[in-house]
Design a protein around this ligand. Structure first.
Ligand code: PBE
Length: 295
């Protein structure tokens, strides 16, 4: 009898030990890194955000992490799927973007400041545009709007409107603002103009709005050239495109800006109040990029 009691005790003790041991293993297996396979879902390789994220992996000593290249659209699709399944996911994100209205998300704190401070989106034109297309130049120079205004166009697109439709609708509904961009400018008769852009949601919205204004209000015939970030900057500098409204400065596109200094003209900010960084759903128990190492 005594012995049986002893062996029962032993069995209980051993099982307790095994259970504790297992739960230890389980909890380290369930680190955020393991849950997301140490992957950060990135966008197109030319984006400044990708360079900054690579820098962050280095500066926060996240050696076993990978930044996966893709596109703005693929990142959004991955986020949508994970969010629906309440699965953990880490993406490279930026504001203005419709995803913050559609999902409950948060930026991971960046105590080392790798992703920089608030910056602006600038309008950049080719040298010589002022002389050759002065009305377009002036309109582009005046073009300026807010993140809230951009959000209206972005959310119309995400709800299924074609970008041209969404932009056209916004132009119609914001006559006072649009008129201030084209006030006293002459009508052109189908003069051609090329706008370069990258298929980032924010820039799809802005470029389509500028195209709609130049065409509907000033009579230009605008071609939109969808390219990668590098060719977008190169295209303005060699004159194969006339303008773009997609330059994130002074930090995110600093390399491109420095490379083409003197070969392009910076017309200043068209939007204030941007942000970039690593973005996760709010249901994830993590707050800082530093947590990726420890949690
Ligand atoms: N982005 C975010 C641009 C600017 C910031 C994707 C729109 C980029 O990363 O280059």
């Amino acid at each position: 009898m005594k012995n049986t009691a002893k062996s029962i005790m032993l069995v209980i003790l051993t099982s307790l030990l095994i259970i504790t041991g297992c739960s230890k293993i389980a909890s380290s297996d369930a680190s955020i890194g393991n849950k997301v396979k140490h992957e950060i879902v990135g966008i197109d390789p030319g984006a400044g955000l990708m360079k900054q994220t690579a820098q962050a992996l280095n500066d926060y000593d996240l050696k076993d992490w990978k930044l996966v290249e893709g596109s703005s659209a693929a990142m959004a699709a991955a986020l949508d799927k994970a969010y629906k399944d309440k699965e953990p996911i880490i993406v490279t994100g930026w504001t203005p973007h419709w995803m913050f209205a559609k999902y409950d998300l948060k930026y991971l704190n960046d105590p080392k400041g790798v992703f920089g401070k608030d910056e602006q989106i600038h309008t950049i034109v080719r040298n010589g545009l002022k002389k050759e297309a002065p009305s377009a130049y002036t309109m582009l120079d005046r073009f300026e709007w807010t993140p809230e205004e951009m959000a209206v166009v972005m959310s119309a697109i995400i709800k299924g409107e074609r970008p041209e439709e969404a932009a056209g609708g916004w132009v119609k509904n914001n006559a006072t603002k649009v008129d201030s961009w084209v006030k006293d400018l002459p009508q052109e008769k189908g003069k051609k103009l090329k706008l370069a852009y990258v298929a980032w949601d924010s820039e799809i919205a802005s470029t389509n709005v500028v195209k709609a204004v130049l065409e509907e209000k000033l009579g230009y015939k605008v071609e939109m050239l969808q390219v990668e970030a590098g060719p977008m900057w190169a295209g303005i500098s060699d004159g194969s495109a006339d303008a773009m409204v997609a330059a994130w400065l002074p930090t995110t596109h600093k390399d491109y800006f420095d490379k083409y200094a003197g070969k392009i003209e910076d017309l200043g900010a068209n939007l204030n109040g941007t942000k970039l960084g690593l973005v996760v759903p709010k249901y994830m128990n993590i707050d800082s990029i530093e947590d990726l190492k420890t949690k």
